[in-house]
Design a protein around this ligand. Sequence first.
Ligand code: SF4
Ligand code: SF4
Length: 472
Amino acid sequence: MINPLSPHAAEFIDHSGVLLILDEAKRLSSEVSAIDFILAKAKEKKGLTALEATSLLLCSLEDKNEEIFELARTIKSDFYGNRIVMFAPLYLSNHCLNGCLYCPYHKKNTNIKRKKLTREDIVREVIALQDMGHKRLALEAGEHPKLNPIEYILDCIETVYSVKHRNGAIRRVNVNIAATTEAEYRLLKEAGIGTYILFQETYHPITYKKLHPSGPKSDYAWHTEAMDRAMKGGLDDVGLGALFGLEDYRYEFTALLSHAEHLEAVFGVGPHTVSFPRVRAADDIDPGAFGHGVTDAQFAKLIACTRIALPYVGMIVSTRESPECRARALELGVSQISAASRTSVGGYEKPESSEENSAQFEVIDNRSLDEVIGWLIEKGHIPSFCTACYREGRTGDRFMSLCKSGQIQNCCHPNALMTLKEYLMDYASPRTAELGEALIENEITHVPNVKVRNLVAARLEAIGGGERDFRL
Ligand code: SF4
Ligand code: SF4
């Protein structure tokens, strides 16, 4: 049985408990009355249990599926409006001791060029990212205590925050590094990171063992209990995710929701974000080899059911997905996307030559940030470069209570408009600037509170006059 309060991974994601949920959900998924009951609960927008959400995921009743997708769209719109937060990854080092079979950075891969950014490299990369318009980064590094110790990561964070080029600044650094100790998580907190991200890859303990034959990451419990240590170390914004395609996506979904239930039960706050990477081709990696490919239709359903199960959570899709797939994901629940990503170590200032090839995975959406921003605006979204919350101390349960009460919208919408205006002034092409200005002019009329509307209008004007970094 799953015990959400247990500190042990084997109990809060008990394998036989997940299988029991899947069995029971399969039974419920074909019963119209059960699905209606779950949908009625979901409409209260307070989330669902893993069993309820899995029942929706497994449901193949056509008209009920229509309702599921419609509800996901409504919840997305109620909690996130039409805003989409932008970010980019920055790979620091691909030295790694682990043997992950789905990642070209695994220790035994001798084809790939090993690289580690120096402080000077980081300054150049960050300038290139700032010159595109990025304000929010996710730092990524392989696990290598000698070559990528925590001191190196801390130094990189400090360097990223220190670079101020023209009007550019990276205002939020999220970090995706290997599972570590509570003491090291505390150091990340002190360094001022936003979210600590760690993908589970697969929650299935037997598959996990097979796919992680060597290195520190082969310890399932150490990896799965990492978020508990992160929370205890003060990092109250944590990002979950599974690498879809390694195991049956239904298993991953149930287990991921059980993980979220565990964090909520023990720490009073669930995950800040959930990411949806699908396994992709890379040097030495054939995604078909894992035998659990997720179709676009299954992927869309996964996203819709996660949005319904966790209404408040930030949901992330990267450039691993095509523009068409990202468009559908945005509509059904995704609230953050990366753009113009390089998945190699470095590569923003100067793209890698084909001989260098240090990419972690193949990028499918290769558009520039400006193209993605213009595309989002044309699709009716507001691209947002907002990073206000953690800078205003709105993290963890403080953030979640604002989300749950719906009050966060009063900050997100104006902040999206002000940060978009900065982007338009500093980085946009004439066409994107024109589209964006029209969007802002229209959107400002939707700020419900007159005082806030006037304040935002004044600040937009000030941004037009050269001032920067306003936030609510
Ligand atoms: Fe290393 Fe992470 Fe790649 Fe595994 S997934 S080989 S830990 S970089
Ligand atoms: Fe995110 Fe907070 Fe900005 Fe809203 S106000 S977009 S929740 S950082």
